[in-house]
Write a protein that binds this ligand. Structure first.
Ligand SMILES: Cc1cc2nc3c(=O)[nH]c(=O)nc-3n(C[C@H](O)[C@H](O)[C@H](O)COP(=O)(O)OP(=O)(O)OC[C@H]3O[C@@H](n4cnc5c(N)ncnc54)[C@H](O)[C@@H]3O)c2cc1C
Length: 389
């Protein structure tokens, strides 16, 4: 009989795993969201895929993700374009950091160019205000994703059965082995169970008394009004201001991490990764961030979406010790999702690892540590997210 793998969560992570598992495995993906709508973070992400990270394993996962995404399209719409990414420094001090990032990129074998102010602005004149541009670092292999298209294309590519409106309420064990997944209406027998529930990962892990210490944060992203489609420009980031922007066809989008943090406790998550816009905190941050654009825009749409941050900015990826057949693929960005799925599928199939340092992603690496201290570490990382990205 075919090996049965049940994946809980059909966002970009669960869908990538489903797409990469071989056909001789019987795969079921359970998601409580309805058909045709992504209930999790994937449906809200603007989709920057930057390959370079100070943590080498994240660079490798991102590289593999981009390679997977390169081929994905749905009905003629591509899910990923290598438009490039440019990091802008507004001061000589920030420019020094770009020089270090360039060295890191060279060591990782990633194509990049250090640019003067005029060259930087010329890459994306409608996104970069020359008054706040001293130098730039252009990563030509970075890209901008449409995570909804990628996820739909991955699902289409896979042979898995996707079950929607399926809320998982329990994971059954037989001795120390995962044996089945229970939803409100059905039970799905399983040889292996993969937790791919994003910000809800801790709730799924708690069903078998495992702690995944991630913190969910609300994050602002705004879209401008629809205008004529602009020529493709790189994704732009100002690491010193913790701000980023991109084109979405004819609309501009802008996000910022430079605001008072908004952690959301697990009990308050609800079933959607989107929360109401929290007024002044985000309005003020967005207003400040707009100074970096040559022409600030009036947001036509405001989005408050949640994503997961772990105490060391690394995913919880791999087998969960002491419970045979239970796996975690949680706290993973779109940037790393395809590569992380490859790494997990290799482990599921007992293949030689193709990525370095996977042990650093072990889901129970914080076992025994004080939960409040771990939450504090994650809170610092939210504002400092560009320190390592
Ligand atoms: C505003 C915003 C901006 C972002 N920007 C970027 C970016 O530029 N680049 C980038 O790489 N990443 C970005 N991210 C992060 C990225 O979106 C997420 O890390 C990624 O989408 C997580 O994918 P996932 O599949 O793990 O989780 P999700 O997409 O959240 O999927 C998890 C799924 O699990 C299901 N689920 C949970 N609990 C249960 C249950 N009990 N029963 C059944 N189903 C369940 C949910 O319904 C959901 O569909 C951003 C996120 C947000 C919100």
């Amino acid at each position: 009989m075919a090996r049965k793998i049940v994946v809980i969560g059909g966002g970009i992570v669960g869908s990538s795993i489903a797409a990469l598992l071989p056909d001789d495995v019987s795969v079921t993906v359970l998601d409580r969201g309805p058909v045709g709508r992504l209930a999790g973070s994937t449906g809200l992400a603007p989709g920057f895929v930057g390959l370079l990270n100070e943590i080498p394993v994240l660079t490798e996962l991102a590289r593999a993700s981009a390679e997977l995404y390169d081929d994905l399209e749905l009905d003629g719409t591509r899910g990923f374009e290598r438009v490039g990414g440019v990091e802008v420094a507004g001061s000589p001090e920030a420019a020094e950091k770009l020089t270090k990032r360039a060295e890191l990129a060279a060591a990782a074998g990633l194509p990049h160019r250090l640019l003067d102010a005029a060259e930087t602005v010329a890459l994306a004149p409608d996104l970069i205000n020359p008054e706040h541009c001293h130098r730039g670092l252009h990563f030509t292999a970075d890209g901008a994703a449409r995570p909804d298209i990628l996820t739909a294309a991955l699902r289409k590519r896979s042979n898995a059965r996707f079950v929607h409106d399926a809320t998982v309420i329990g994971i059954e064990l037989s001795g120390n082995r995962a044996a089945a997944v229970r939803t409100e209406t059905d039970t799905y027998p399983a040889d292996d169970v993969v937790l791919a529930g994003g910000i809800w990962g801790p709730q799924l892990a708690a069903m078998v008394d495992v702690q995944l210490p991630l913190t969910s944060f609300a994050h602002p992203y705004v879209y401008g009004p629809e205008t004529a489609s602009a020529p493709a420009a790189p994704f732009v980031r100002w690491p010193e201001h913790q701000v980023y922007t991109r084109h979405h066809g004819g609309r501009l989008g802008l996000g910022t991490y430079n605001h008072a943090i908004q952690p959301v406790p697990q009990d308050d998550l609800g079933a959607s990764a989107e929360k109401p816009w929290p007024g002044e905190v985000f309005d003020e941050a967005v207003h400040r961030a707009m100074r970096l654009l040559p022409t600030p825009f009036n947001p036509a749409e405001r989005l408050n979406g949640m994503f997961a941050v772990t105490p060391d900015n690394l995913p919880f990826l791999g087998p969960i010790p002491n419970i045979e057949g239970l796996w975690s693929a949680v706290a993973i960005w779109v940037t790393s999702a395809g590569g992380a799925a490859r790494a997990l599928v290799d482990q599921l199939l007992d293949k030689d690892p193709r990525f370095p340092d996977l042990h650093t992603l072990a889901p129970t690496r914080f076992e025994g540590q004080d939960p409040e201290a771990l939450r504090t570490r994650a809170r610092h990382l939210y504002n400092d997210i560009y320190a390592s990205l």
